[in-house]
Design a protein around this ligand. Structure first.
Ligand code: NCN
Ligand code: DMD
Length: 337
């Protein structure tokens, strides 16, 4: 299992990243060319099969062991009135996940994925990022390692999700620190703020950036100062998954923002990741563009909790079913072009 002992060890894990297996990719591509369809006619499904083959290191990849992991955390910046909901909702939704009543329970089951929920110190919110670093070094390392611990090397796919009232403020700050621009480029309604609350959110992101902006260029420090526990856990999970060769399905704006500081340090960190969807949060499209990620779906979703990633996993399942199950031209006796 992967663990990061120090901030320097985390930074080092972002370099010399493992590559997909070229032979398995080539074998999958060759198989696609032999299946009974005009070449390329399954479009993106063909690319998904090849992608999964490379990371799973086999010509015929599977989705028998897929897992959704939802990390939850609370945020001190919530006290600034930047969310439409009170922070108590984070723990209440975790209880709802545990009872099976949330969207992700239904969507993970529909996608044939196991669901794991990881609450991270919910009764100890991170510090308000306008006033102080969100986390201490030890807290940030613990969160990164909680993420890494959720990655079983035997998984065929891991779908990452989050729950945390006010975390779209932290996500906007991370995107700003990683890719520049101004607060307006990255701040949006989140759970549904408008008017004075939206202005408070914009102000919080601008002020947090003024305080912590000198950390940009250092992915650990950026996560520690501007992120949150569930966000750092996603970052840790993405790095750990890469080191053990497990492909990752990303969810919405917050989930994607978690890897923005990593991609700023090494853009190749996204190579084992698929963007499940583009959420309705306006900054998400911009962030995906900066990461050169092309989302599979655009459904107007903005829920988080891994929901968009779980729906997109159904597309992966379809891609792999066609790849494994179709006959070749030779097997079916169908004439080639
Ligand atoms: O995934 C998204 O793109 C997304 C967009 C807006 C809101 N959310 C969810 O809503 C919460 C963050 O919104 P907020 O307004 O509390 O910052 C958090 O629990 C997220 O999972 C998620
Ligand atoms: C009810 C609710 C459910 C959520 N799931 C993810 N983020 C959420 C935010 C709220 C407010």
């Amino acid at each position: 299992m992967i663990a990061f002992a120090t901030p320097a060890a985390f930074a080092a894990a972002l370099h010399d990243l493992p590559l997909p297996d070229g032979h398995s990719r080539a074998a999958a591509k060759a198989r696609q060319a032999q299946l009974t369809k005009p070449p390329g006619s399954l479009g993106r499904l063909e690319d998904i099969a090849t992608f999964m083959a490379g990371w799973q290191r086999r010509a015929i990849p599977t989705l028998d062991r897929g897992r959704v992991v939802v990390f939850a955390g609370n945020h001190g910046v919530a006290a600034r009135g930047v969310s439409a909901f009170p922070p108590s909702v984070t723990a209440q939704m975790v209880a709802n996940f545990d009872r099976g009543g949330a969207a992700i329970n239904a969507l993970a089951a529909a996608a044939g994925l196991q669901l794991r929920v990881v609450p991270l110190d919910l009764d100890r919110p991170t510090a308000d990022i306008v006033e102080a670093p969100a986390m201490t070094e030890a807290e940030c390392l613990a969160a990164l390692n909680a993420g890494a611990a959720a990655v079983n090397p035997e998984l065929d796919l891991i779908v990452l999700g989050e729950m945390g009232i006010a975390n779209s403020t932290a996500a906007a700050a991370l995107a700003l620190a990683s890719f520049g621009g101004d607060a307006d480029d990255w701040v949006g309604p989140g759970t549904g703020v408008e008017g004075a609350a939206l202005a408070a959110k914009r102000h919080a992101v601008t002020a947090a950036m003024a305080r912590h902006g000198d950390a940009k260029g250092d992915s650990f420090e950026t996560l520690r100062r501007l992120g949150g526990r569930e966000i750092a856990a996603i970052a840790g999970a993405v790095v750990a998954a890469r080191r053990v060769g497990v492909p990752v399905m990303l969810d919405g704006f917050i989930c994607t923002a978690a890897i923005a500081p990593l991609a700023a340090a090494n853009p190749a960190i996204v190579d084992h990741c698929v963007a499940g969807h583009v959420s309705a949060e306006p900054g998400h499209r911009r962030l995906l563009d900066r990461l050169s990620l092309d989302p599979l779906l655009s459904l107007g979703m903005r829920l988080g909790e891994g929901s968009g990633g779980a729906v997109a996993a159904c597309v992966v399942r379809s891609a792999l079913a066609a790849h494994a199950g179709m006959a070749t031209f030779a097997e079916a006796g169908v004439a080639t072009a």
